[in-house]
Design a binder for this molecule. Structure first.
Ligand SMILES: [Mg+2]
Length: 233
């Protein structure tokens, strides 16, 4: 069968810094001061570069800066935190509470973005949310379209429970196969998501329709620096 290679995107930190403040200036001019602005950096900056970015964006009052730097070394967020009051969010790739324990208890982040499908399901997310609430860290579950409506519904139920719920990422339920396979009563109106009263997660899925869509290999894109070096996507 076909094995497509991942699409590639070029990345230049210098060019990014040359445009990012102008971008947020224009966004505030166009949309005003009363909308929440969030920015996902996809871990493309080093901690000291993230610190600089956070400082530069303070006048634009972000709800949060997402995945500014990789935090495999959780202490590295101290560098960012020491320099900026821009709120920080991370966690969409985390698998357990241990990936974010130090970030939370040292109050190095403001939003924890773990997903039910990666970080151990509803029970584990509830534990992380409770732990985070002790340190003024809010929840902001991941909501990429590759997470199914089942995962989204799990997040919705957690969001309704969590006293420290922050915001839910939502970019739609993706494509036509998804809307044919999954039946759910979730509605999103004017920026607010509503659950149905259906029992359980409130989701049904049709395996016979799913069989019409056999697995196809696909990849997330790959970033490269201008000299060809592979970089964080
Ligand atoms: Mg993200």
């Amino acid at each position: 069968g076909s094995r497509p290679l991942p699409p590639e995107e070029e990345w230049s930190t210098q060019k990014y810094f040359n445009m990012i403040v102008k971008l947020f200036h224009q966004a505030r001019e166009r949309f005003g001061d009363n909308v929440h602005l969030l920015h996902d950096v996809h871990s493309r900056l080093t901690p000291i570069e993230s610190a600089r970015l956070g400082k530069l964006l303070e006048p634009y009052n972000l709800l949060f800066l997402e995945d500014a730097s990789i935090a495999e070394n959780q202490d590295s967020y101290k560098t960012i935190r020491q320099h900026t009051t821009t709120p920080l969010a991370i966690g969409e790739t985390y698998n357990t509470i241990w990936d974010c324990k130090d970030l939370i208890q040292n109050q190095l982040i403001d939003y924890i973005r773990v997903a039910a499908t990666h970080a151990g399901g509803i029970t584990a997310l509830r534990r992380i949310a409770d732990f985070a609430s002790m340190y003024n860290v809010k929840t902001a579950p991941h909501g990429a379209p590759d997470l199914s409506p089942v995962c989204f519904a799990a997040h919705m139920h957690l969001n309704i429970w969590a006293p420290n719920f922050g915001i839910q990422e939502f970019v739609g339920f993706g494509n036509e196969p998804s809307s044919r396979i999954f039946k759910h009563g979730i509605e999103v109106k004017d920026g607010i998501a509503y659950l149905s009263d259906a029992p359980g997660l409130g989701i049904e899925f049709d395996e016979s329709v799913a069989k019409e869509y056999p697995y196809k290999r696909s990849y997330l894109p790959v970033s490269r620096l201008e000299d060809g070096t592979v970089w964080n996507w």
